[in-house]
Write a protein that binds this ligand. Structure first.
Ligand code: NAD
Length: 266
């Protein structure tokens, strides 16, 4: 006997049968891979996206921009009504920004922080009453997982604004984990390295020679390749699953070893 009677026995790994989930930014890249995976694992899934056309088959698409508080509230209520509840929030919608502090004007800072930070705050605010109800219904099953980035802690060049936005997401994750732990709502984040998504495709397309740039990008990774959206989705699915009932306030890197490995001697 290793589990006290008051603690639910660990659920079968990543089984989402009977659970409901909302994935923001779920119509592309990491969010779409996550929405598809949770659906395949048995969850009923809604996708909140400003452009939900790419929401995976079998999910409920809900159109909203995470910069619009009223629209986010309405979208969360619509998702809850259609799904019959909300156990899992994956707050993933985000945008990039390139440059040093001298390159991005105040308006650009406001625009990116509005999406990447306040977007997650708005979504959490709208979802928390439903997540608390789900926690009472199914202990260990209510969770929020943020898509953060290794940029939060890595000190990347040319990413001042983006890194600051993800640093805020990391701090928000830890503070929310503390605030909601006794309510049964777990809060974690994943930190992707460079993930092979349409976002990276758009960046490469701006290069003079996208194929050469792609090869150089792959070569800079410890594994010799980017991580895939499915690999990041698998980590999100773990953190969001009942199998992670004892995990909160954690940042899980899915970066192909980018942060942890030192492959060349100094
Ligand atoms: P993506 O561009 O492929 O997908 C992002 C999705 O978010 C799109 O469907 C888009 O419509 C939606 N979205 C963007 N702004 C929105 C808004 N204001 N309201 C509602 N929806 C909005 O990008 P991705 O690479 O899958 O990135 C997803 C998340 O992963 C982001 O938070 C990003 O910061 C993070 N991330 C990505 C990488 C990477 O290398 N791709 C690395 C680290 C972190």
């Amino acid at each position: 006997m290793t589990t006290p009677a008051s603690v639910p026995a660990p659920a079968p790994l990543q089984d989402f049968a009977g659970l409901t989930a909302l994935v923001t930014g779920g119509a592309s890249g990491i969010g779409a891979a996550t929405a598809a995976l949770l659906t395949a694992r048995g969850a009923r899934v809604a996708v909140l996206d400003r452009d939900p056309a790419g929401a995976p088959e079998g999910t409920v698409p809900v159109a909203a921009d995470v910069t619009d508080d009223a629209a986010v509230r309405a979208a969360v209520e619509q998702a809850v009504a259609e799904l019959g509840g909300l156990h899992v929030l994956v707050s993933n919608a985000g945008i990039g920004a390139i440059g040093t502090v001298e390159d991005n004007a105040d308006q650009e800072w406001a625009r990116v922080l509005d999406v990447n930070v306040l977007g997650m705050v708005r979504t959490a605010r709208a979802a928390l009453p439903h997540l608390r109800a789900a926690a009472a219904d199914r202990p260990g099953c209510a969770s929020i997982t943020h898509t953060c980035s290794i940029a939060a802690t890595a000190g990347l060049p040319q990413r001042a604004l983006y890194s600051a936005s993800k640093g805020a997401v990391l701090s928000l994750t830890l503070a929310m984990a503390a605030d909601h732990v006794r309510e049964g709502v777990r809060v974690n984040c994943v930190n992707p390295g460079t993930a092979d998504t349409p976002w990276i495709g758009r960046l490469l397309d701006q290069a003079e020679d996208p194929a050469a740039e792609r090869a150089a990008l792959d070569a800079r990774q410890p594994m010799g390749r980017l991580v895939t959206a499915d690999e990041v989705a698998a980590a999100i699915a773990y953190l969001a699953s009942p199998a992670a009932a004892g995990v909160t306030g954690t940042a899980l890197a899915v970066d192909g070893g980018m942060q942890g490995l030192r492959l060349r001697p100094a």
